[in-house]
Design a protein. Structure first.
Length: 290
């Protein structure tokens, strides 16, 4: 591992992963590719490291990828269109970014280690986003079967707690703006995991992962009722209200984390967020203020 390409490196997970990799490994160089100039500027402001080379570009562009992949031995593929409602409204954008972009990367990659980032929504997908991530996993595993001398792996995670665009971040903004939050269904459950936990897990996969595996970090679940209560207690007040809007197109009440024990190398005990070990309200509050 000498030169790493991280797609989506200026995003929420990408920035944390870049920082930790640069801190742990003093000799590696990291190339990132992202579309957002604001996010790239923010990453550079946080890093100030000469071993980091950001590229502004789109993973759907083959020429950009060909340039970014020069002398790369490790790829961590995080870039994706991830908002469920946008993927439902613009499926062509979702497919060309999440599927065609992945195909481009896999076709041009000639290094040793490839890790694709997936989601719990890929398990029995009910929406366009989950379907594109299922295809990402299948494409990575196909390459693993064809290239046994390399390592092709995927990491499947639930919701990154507090990530940009997440329900927690949205509620914080709504409280600041109108002291009211919009809720789909209080009984809905979701898997949640801290970004630092995912970063440590991904580095473990880089160091020890086996070709052709889907890796799943341990993660607890929470009801939206408990998450909403924690957010209101930390950021709201006695006047904070809720507005119920119902499930969005493509959403389901509960998520799954894996298909079967044979498909994953590491897994949680329960496949459904409805039955998984729960985060307490106090744990959620601790996460909010940490």
């Amino acid at each position: 591992m000498n030169r790493i390409l991280i797609t989506g490196g200026s995003g929420f997970l990408g920035r944390h992963l870049v920082r930790e990799l640069l801190n742990r490994y003093k000799d590696i160089e990291i190339v990132t590719i992202s579309r957002g100039e604001t996010e790239i500027a923010r990453m550079l402001a946080e890093s100030h490291n000469e071993r980091l080379e950001p590229i502004m570009g789109d993973i759907r562009d083959v020429d950009t990828l060909r340039y970014a992949l020069k002398e790369i031995d490790t790829v961590i593929h995080l870039a994706a269109m991830k908002h469920i409602d946008f993927c439902e409204s613009y499926p062509l954008e979702a497919v060309t970014t999440n599927v065609i972009g992945t195909m481009n990367l896999l076709k041009l990659f000639s290094g040793n280690t490839f890790i694709g980032m997936s989601t719990d929504k890929a398990a029995g997908p009910s929406n366009c986003y989950g379907a594109t991530k299922l295809l990402l996993e299948r494409l990575v595993l196909e390459q693993a079967r064809k290239n046994t001398g390399r390592r092709y792996m995927a990491v499947r995670s639930g919701n990154l707690f507090g990530s940009s665009g997440s329900v927690v971040e949205k509620w914080k903004q709504q409280i600041r703006r109108s002291n009211r939050i919009t809720v789909t269904n209080l009984e809905m459950t979701r898997f949640f995991i801290k970004v630092d936990t995912v970063v440590d897990f991904m580095i473990e996969v880089i160091e020890q992962g086996e070709n052709g595996k889907i890796y799943v970090p341990f993660q607890k679940a929470a009801t939206l009722r408990d998450v909403a209560k924690a957010v209101i207690e930390v950021y709201g007040d006695g006047e904070t209200t809720m507005e119920f809007i119902g499930l969005r197109e493509g959403e389901r009440m509960h998520e799954k984390i894996c298909f079967s024990p044979k498909e994953v190398a590491s897994q949680i005990n329960e496949c459904s967020s409805e039955c998984a070990e729960r985060l307490s309200i106090e744990e959620v509050k601790d996460w909010l203020v940490s």
